[in-house]
Design a binder for this molecule. Structure first.
Ligand code: FRU
Length: 559
């Protein structure tokens, strides 16, 4: 039997569902006098019950699950939880007991990103509640801890001192009881939301969703609020907005709150008369909200609604960003995020320019926050072309590298936060004026930087596995990501730039992010391959235009 030493942890959290009547979790500890203490907790009958079992510090435990499935299990409740994170437990297949798993080894598999944040296992989508609070960056996120598919939503949580290395923290929010108890008949849970922080506390705004399996007029989306003073304990939620305003759709979610002068504003994703809209609410105290009017209505293209809108002041302008639900563009790309830059006066947003947030279209539901003057955004690396290949103990989805946003010449620019440079590993290539090729790149985790003296036609290989490949091509059709042998083949992932001066490319096993011209355009694309090692090749028509090129390995954030 494996034993787990609780060390500084005082709680065992397990999500357990019965596979037969009486299914339960058993925790045994030996006492000094030779007697044994047994704690038993019943698993949920039709759903994963969230069990919390108190533990003594520095004590050995034997932990078993009997006639139940455990989807996620970890130790929590230590004094320095934000610093160390939880300790995940996994089940030993041989004897059925749980053991404390090693984090570095867990993530060091060809199917797991190594420097992009992803959960311990299973499904993740939107980043939520991004903020910096008392020494730590916090990222909450939408997740299904029980499987590699979207389901009723929980809020996961992670913290970081440097925006690069993260500790996993306990699950914060679960779906409403009535949703858990009526699995398969209704769906919902704790949907996306944001955080607003002061010196003393963090206030969270989020959507609670409850509705039929197929969204429709019976779908209920309401906005709720909760608070925390330490990011470990969270208050009860209180409802702040009970229903959509007259004329707005039942799609009515994902609050993002900002302060402009002495007023609070909330933007919500919705639709009005069949046109995607971002709704604007106002408040004097952050608790009582009144609908003002639509901040923005997208009249040019048919979208079901905006999801996860953001609204911010940036470099003297105002920027709204939102995800276009159920939209396909002329290139074949599905569900892109759009940015709108303009002015905001007396509650009126006047758009001057707009563009795609990410031309690779595997970046959705981005959210931003400000810390020390930097506007930082993180997006969910999504998979709308269904290229995911489930694997045992795998995760489905990850987060982009945190990006610093700016407005320049009426366009949205973004580059990875400077902290990511600390992950720079071995130099794999440095040179200029030539084409080059690297194979067997250890761990398939690297960064590339290339500068061109003038716009140059090229094909850059970023990944290959048998017939499957991903590359970045620049020719008379312009700059674009090209995939072959995978479901997204044929879709044109085209960047809206007239020439390519420089590139910064991040390849991380299944994920690629391409930053063009110092952030003028950014493209995120997933590419699944089973090979552990990576490859990279630059084939330029006029290699003499390559004024510098560098390829470096990237270290894991989990060691
Ligand atoms: C966007 C989204 C949000 C919603 C959440 C549910 O990906 O659909 O609109 O709040 O995900 O998980």
């Amino acid at each position: 039997m494996k034993k787990v030493n609780s060390t500084k942890y005082t709680c065992l959290e397990m999500f357990a569902r019965q596979t037969a009547d009486g299914g339960r979790v058993r925790v045994l500890s030996g006492n000094a006098d030779g007697s044994r203490m047994i704690t038993e907790k019943p698993a949920g009958k039709n759903y994963y019950a969230w069990l919390k079992i108190p533990l003594q510090e520095n004590t050995d435990y034997e932990i078993h699950s009997e006639d139940c499935e455990v989807s996620l299990s970890y130790l929590s409740g230590s004094e320095d939880l934000l610093e160390t994170g939880v300790r995940f437990l996994e089940k030993d297949q041989a004897d059925g007991s749980f053991y404390a798993a090693d984090r570095a080894a867990w993530y060091d598999r060809p199917t797991r990103e190594t420097y992009h944040f992803s959960p311990w296992k299973n499904w993740i989508n939107d980043p939520n509640g991004l903020c910096w609070f008392r020494g730590y960056y916090h990222m909450f996120y939408q997740c299904n801890p029980h499987g590699q598919q979207w389901s009723d939503m929980y809020w996961g949580h992670a913290a970081s001192r440097d925006l690069v290395h993260w500790t996993h923290l306990p699950i914060v929010l679960a779906p409403q009881e009535e949703i858990l108890e009526n699995q398969g008949k209704v769906k919902g849970g704790a949907f996306s939301g944001c955080a607003v922080v002061s010196d003393e506390e963090a206030a969270f705004y989020l959507t609670r969703h409850k509705g039929p399996m197929e969204d429709g007029e019976d779908t209920v989306e309401q906005q709720w609020m909760m608070r925390s003073r330490d990011m470990v304990r969270f208050s009860e939620e209180t409802r702040v907005i009970g229903q959509p305003p007259e004329g707005a759709s039942f799609d009515f979610r994902d609050p993002k709150v900002l302060r402009v002068k002495d007023r609070w504003y909330m933007v919500l994703g919705s639709a009005i008369a069949g046109q995607g809209a971002i709704l604007l609410y106002e408040s004097a105290d952050g608790e009582k909200w009144e609908y003002a009017h639509p901040l923005l209505v997208e009249e040019r293209e048919k979208i079901r609604c905006f999801e996860c809108p953001d609204f911010m002041e940036l470099d003297g302008k105002y920027v709204a960003i939102g995800a276009w639900m159920e939209h396909r563009d002329a290139c074949g790309r599905y569900q892109m995020c759009r940015y709108y830059i303009g002015t905001f006066q007396d509650g009126e947003f006047t758009v001057e320019n707009d563009g795609w947030f990410d031309f690779g279209s595997n970046c959705y539901a981005m959210q931003s926050f400000v810390h020390q003057g930097r506007r930082i955004s993180i997006g969910w690396i999504s998979d709308f072309y269904e290229e995911h290949e489930p694997c045992e103990n795998g995760a489905y989805g990850s987060m982009t590298i945190p990006r610093e946003l700016h407005v320049r010449d009426g366009k949205l620019y973004m580059m990875p936060v400077r902290e990511i440079r600390t992950l720079k590993g071995k130099t794999l290539y440095e040179g200029k004026g030539e084409n080059m090729s690297l194979s067997g790149i250890e761990g398939s985790a690297y960064r590339v930087r290339i500068g061109f003296s003038q716009n140059t036609f090229f094909s850059i290989q970023l990944g290959a596995d048998g017939e499957k490949s991903i590359s970045l091509v620049n020719d008379e059709e312009g700059l674009r990501i090209v995939t072959k042998g995978v479901k997204s083949e044929g879709i044109r992932f085209k960047a809206d730039v007239s020439q390519v001066r420089d590139l910064e490319i991040y390849v991380d096993r299944r994920v690629t992010e391409v930053y063009v011209n110092g952030g003028e355009a950014v493209g995120t694309k997933v590419f699944y391959k089973s090979l552990a090692d990576g490859c990279f090749a630059l084939a330029a028509e006029t290699p003499e235009n390559v004024v510098w090129a560098e390829v470096v390995g990237m270290k894991s954030i989990w060691i």
